[in-house]
Design a protein around this ligand. Structure first.
Ligand SMILES: [Zn+2]
Ligand SMILES: [Zn+2]
Length: 337
């Protein structure tokens, strides 16, 4: 198989090889180099390093994930196609704790990407190699050639397109028992698989595995003494944006606002209109910031970082007519430095 870049260039000096357990690796014959990572994956991660200038951990993690999602062509994948592909490969909820061969997961991922990129088979094939590369770096760093089904689902559910609530529901159904409840142990397993994603992006201090047990306890606080939680309890807890998962809701807002145009001027860089998320200071009169200036904690005039800020995901016109469409930072959105 050829080693290509996303722009369609063939990297002549590189070749794909496989271990005895069918794990792909990459060989550069002219330099005599062998590595687990696809050269294009290495390039994408170098690109992601540039996002370390973003000041707040939740936004930094979300920006990194958005970059990964688009580079790996997963943004157009539907949750339904992820669900169907796993089911038709026989990897249903009952099999979530099983270990499967990388080769089998690769077939599932290829099917998912082909359904989203119907006429671009070579792009789907490359995106599959890169997605498997990412998956192995998260869940099989030692390259045993076996990965747990639940981890594969978690990663694809986070990076595919679609509504957050539907993704939460899908994940709940993956860990619910015959009473339609989720135990502490199962909640912990899914939160661990989720936390491994920001860990790979070097965001473990804010969202890593060490926070999982406290998160499980905070979710079970409402149902003290119960063995498991219902879907409703889980969704209520998720709506309160638990610290461990704040990067995921931030990714969702960042994506939803990408093409939104606000007819106001940024107080720092003077850009008008503001495209993307818009930030309004609730202290300085008529003072707004664009997403880029806010994410880099730039200030101007008398504005201070300590001022209360409101984030707008949608155009002003829309939020004045509909409640809940704007997200205030004071109202549940926490900023993590
Ligand atoms: Zn600006
Ligand atoms: Zn201000």
């Amino acid at each position: 198989m050829m080693v290509e870049t996303m722009e369609g260039h063939v990297l002549e000096e590189w070749a794909v090889a496989r271990t005895d357990s069918e794990v792909p690796y990459y060989v550069n014959h002219s330099r005599g180099v062998t590595q687990w990572d696809h050269p294009e994956y290495v390039r994408i991660f170098e690109e992601i390093q540039s996002l370390n200038t973003v000041k707040f951990a939740a936004y930094r993690t979300a920006c990194k994930l958005r970059r990964l999602q688009t580079r790996l062509k997963l943004q157009d994948v539907s949750l339904q196609s992820v669900a169907t592909a796993f089911d038709s490969a026989g990897l249903r909820a009952g099999e979530n704790s099983d270990l499967v061969e990388v080769k089998q997961v690769e077939e599932v991922v290829l099917k998912i990407l082909r359904s989203a990129h119907k006429h671009r088979h070579s792009q789907a094939a490359l995106a599959t190699q890169l997605t498997i590369n990412l998956l192995l770096n998260i869940y099989d760093l030692g390259r045993s050639g076996m990965v747990q089904v639940l981890g594969c689902k978690v990663l694809l559910v986070v990076l595919c397109g679609g509504r957050l609530q539907e993704k939460y529901r899908y994940l709940f159904n993956q860990v619910a028992d015959h009473n339609n409840c989720c135990t502490r142990r199962r909640l912990a397993s899914i939160l661990r698989d989720l936390a491994r994603i920001p860990e790979l992006l070097s965001e473990q201090p804010s969202f890593g595995l060490s926070l999982v047990s406290a998160a499980v306890e905070s979710c079970f606080k409402e149902v003290e003494g119960e063995v498991g939680i219902t879907e409703e309890v889980l969704l209520d807890w998720l709506l309160q944006e638990p610290q461990t998962l704040v990067w995921w809701t931030t990714l969702y807002r960042l994506t939803a606002a990408e093409l939104v145009c606000h007819d106001v001027k940024c107080g720092v860089c003077k850009q008008r209109p503001i495209i993307g998320l818009r930030y309004q200071c609730l202290h300085c009169l008529g003072y707004n910031q664009c997403q880029d200036c806010f994410l880099h904690a730039r200030t101007s005039r008398g504005h201070k970082l300590s001022h209360p800020i409101q984030e707008y995901c949608h155009e002003e016109l829309q939020y004045t007519h509909t409640e809940n469409i704007h997200m205030g930072i004071g109202g549940g959105l926490r900023l993590v430095y």
